[in-house]
Write a protein that binds this ligand. Sequence first.
Ligand code: APR
Length: 253
Amino acid sequence: MKGDEALRRVATALADARAIVVLTGAGMSAASGVPTFRGAGGLWRTFRAEDLATPAAFARDPALVWEWYDWRRQQIAACAPNAGHEVLARWSAARDAMRVITQNVDGLHERAGTRHVRRLHGSIWRLRCVRGCPAGGSREELEVPLAPLPPRCECGAVLRPDVVWFGESLDPAVLDAAVHDAQRADVFLTVGTSSQVYPAAGLVPLAHAAGALVVEINPEPAASADAVDVRLTMGADQALVALDDLLRQNHAR
Ligand code: APR
């Protein structure tokens, strides 16, 4: 299917859909200037995300892991939601049954004003005490850069970023809600994710098996061909703006 034809097919499905569900990954924020994890610029010093975003890495060297998070927090603080985030925010305002499930911890969907965001991997802006004490329970900390590193709770223990690390479980309530969303989607968009990290990646075949039209938006196709009905091989911002334009044109007719 040619690019324009594919965009028109998706726009028609979106216009007819009751439940639109969007799964986003790091590529969603690429046009905002936030580096992806597995693309160029994803390495920090010589470390991959998989080397640093683990409970073992944090136990070994909390200051090192925090330096990486502090670097990412500073980068994200300097970024703004892009045109793709804005489109999703507008759709979420106009459609009660729309849901955004994100693997991103950057908070850019929320900053764009999107309603009903399910944060599968937590938030880089929240900190919590490793001892789980009430004083440092889970609080928002927007200051950048953080000093000294690692930050400490009032109880003296180390605070950690309130994100889900490799080897850790997702919040079961958030995951259940996302599974439910995927199963009732009429159109499921998977946007800017390499589809390598589970359980998030499993939502795509789940939505497909449940009958959704599954659309992948990614300049480099990533999800399994068995689970994707339409591929839009474009940047997230570009594709979402093009779809939004087509929806408005249809509406104006
Ligand atoms: N628009 C859309 N997609 C893009 C763009 C863009 N402008 N630029 C890059 N991409 C795509 C890449 O082709 C890649 O498939 O975004 C994807 C980013 O993949 P990853 O870096 O692996 O990010 P993600 O899939 O979100 O990673 C999942 O892994 O490290 C953990 O917890 C972290 O949430 C993260 C999870």
